[in-house]
Design a protein around this ligand. Structure first.
Ligand code: 2BA
Length: 107
């Protein structure tokens, strides 16, 4: 069994989860914050049999849209470590990690 950890744009998260549920996958959504933009995103955890990993990733890919986001200049937000002017970065579709699960139980 594998654990898929998918970081998606907050605005895409519900559509991704709906598609996963319709596809027979169980998932958990966590509210998270990206370390670079310090903006809210969503991390979706999906426990899945190895042979279905690609099917889950295909769904995540289908419902995650890549978009441009602006990193505010210092003074516009609370970025004590960043002093440059505003810059635009391309975010997503999704950042996906797949890790082995040693043990999975429902008790
Ligand atoms: P953030 O950390 O807020 O990053 C947002 C976007 O800013 C990134 O999009 C990337 O285009 C840019 N970016 C991030 N770090 C940068 C840096 N040091 N220098 C220049 N540009 C940088 P994505 O790569 O699509 O990442 C979207 C979100 O996925 C990230 O939000 C973060 O929450 C997560 N993520 C991405 N790579 C990760 C990793 N290796 N480990 C953990 N989380 C990751």
């Amino acid at each position: 069994m594998k654990l898929i950890i998918a970081i998606v744009n907050y605005d895409d998260a519900n559509a991704v989860i709906r598609a996963l549920t319709k596809g027979g996958f169980s998932s958990t959504k966590l509210a998270t914050t990206g370390g670079f933009l310090m903006a809210g995103n969503a991390t979706i955890l999906i426990g899945v049999d190895e042979e279905r990993v690609q099917a889950a990733i295909d769904l995540i890919k289908e419902y995650s849209t890549s978009r441009k986001q602006v990193m505010p200049a210092a003074g516009e937000a609370n970025f004590s470590y960043y002093s440059g002017s505003s810059m635009e970065v391309t975010v997503g579709g999704a950042t996906i990690f797949v890790v082995d699960i040693e043990r999975f139980e429902r008790v």
